[in-house]
Design a protein around this ligand. Structure first.
Ligand SMILES: [Zn+2]
Length: 297
């Protein structure tokens, strides 16, 4: 935008409405920030609320985070109640009416993708933290391509001057994501089943046809009983599960016990990594794929 100002001063004098600053985007999670940056490019500035390594369900709602939201033009969320425990008070505190639910400045990626595991008769009173469906869609590169396209559409509405640029970046990003899936899917398909701690990898495992047959958490967000863990160890042994996938923030005593008793190896599978834009997102997915491939025969 600054370059445009220098090159086309006459045009900007004629159309002063074009001379606005970059779109200020706030994303709740690191991966969503990378997706937003991939689409916004030089036309947007992206800030992220959660840090790499934090459980996306339980980000401490520090008032300092509300400051980022105060002047946001667009708030990008995962949706499906993932951020329901911590984001609403921050939005309230920010006093920014443009990013409230239902406003053009609020974008939930879940609205742009096919949701899995939804509409069961569960709610938070039963301890399930996925009451509206599984919100971890950003680990499926193909759903991310759909979300990036929808996000480009929303940015085009908010900033029509750069509409074509947003859409072109989403197309380029989508092609990279599709190539990655085409390259890796044959390498992982028909592999060994796995068990995971939280139900974080449903979309990732569906995309690459890796069966996830059990969970350390009996329900998403619920601590396991000893009996549940004993049954899981028996399942791992019977089905020859080689890997127990664990989110970095769930790595600890419970997963190590399951691995020791069953003989399966612990595979740390990040749902966020450091890195900028499309490259940062691709780094995360490649790390997941390489780790998953390490457990295949
Ligand atoms: Zn979850």
């Amino acid at each position: 935008m600054k370059l445009l100002k220098l090159c086309l001063p006459g045009l900007l004098l004629l159309f002063p409405v074009l001379a606005h600053a970059e779109v200020h985007i706030v994303a709740t999670l690191p991966a969503l920030g990378q997706i937003a940056a991939a689409v916004a490019g030089e036309d947007g500035e992206v800030q992220v609320l959660a840090r790499v390594g934090q459980d996306p369900h339980f980000v401490p709602p520090k008032p300092t985070l509300a400051r980022h939201l105060a002047d946001a033009d667009l708030l990008v969320t995962a949706g499906l109640a993932l951020e329901g425990g911590w984001l609403p008070p921050l939005v309230e505190l920010s006093r920014n009416s443009r990013i409230r639910v239902g406003q053009p400045g609020r974008f939930a990626g879940s609205d742009a993708v096919e949701v899995l595991g939804g509409m069961a008769k569960v709610d938070r009173s039963m301890g399930d933290v996925h009451p509206e469906g599984n919100p971890h869609w950003w680990l499926d590169p193909l759903r991310v391509a759909a979300a990036a396209s929808a996000l480009a559409g929303r940015l085009a509405e908010l900033d029509p001057v750069h509409a074509d640029a947003y859409r072109q970046r989403a197309v380029v990003f989508s092609k990279r994501l599709q190539s990655l899936v085409q390259e890796w899917k044959p390498r992982l398909a028909a592999g060994s089943p796995v068990v995971s701690y939280h139900d974080s990898y449903r979309y990732f495992s569906e995309c690459f046809a890796i069966p996830v047959i059990g969970f350390i958490e009996p329900k998403p967000g619920v601590e396991p009983s000893t009996r549940h863990l004993d049954e899981l160890v028996a399942l791992i042994t019977a089905r020859k599960v080689s890997q127990v996938w664990v989110e970095p923030y769930h790595l600890g005593r419970i997963v190590k016990r399951v691995a020791t008793l069953s003989g399966a190896s612990v595979a740390t599978m990040p749902d966020a990594v450091e890195g900028e834009g499309a490259d940062g997102y691709m780094t995360m997915i490649k790390r997941l794929l390489e780790t998953a491939a390490g457990g295949q025969p």
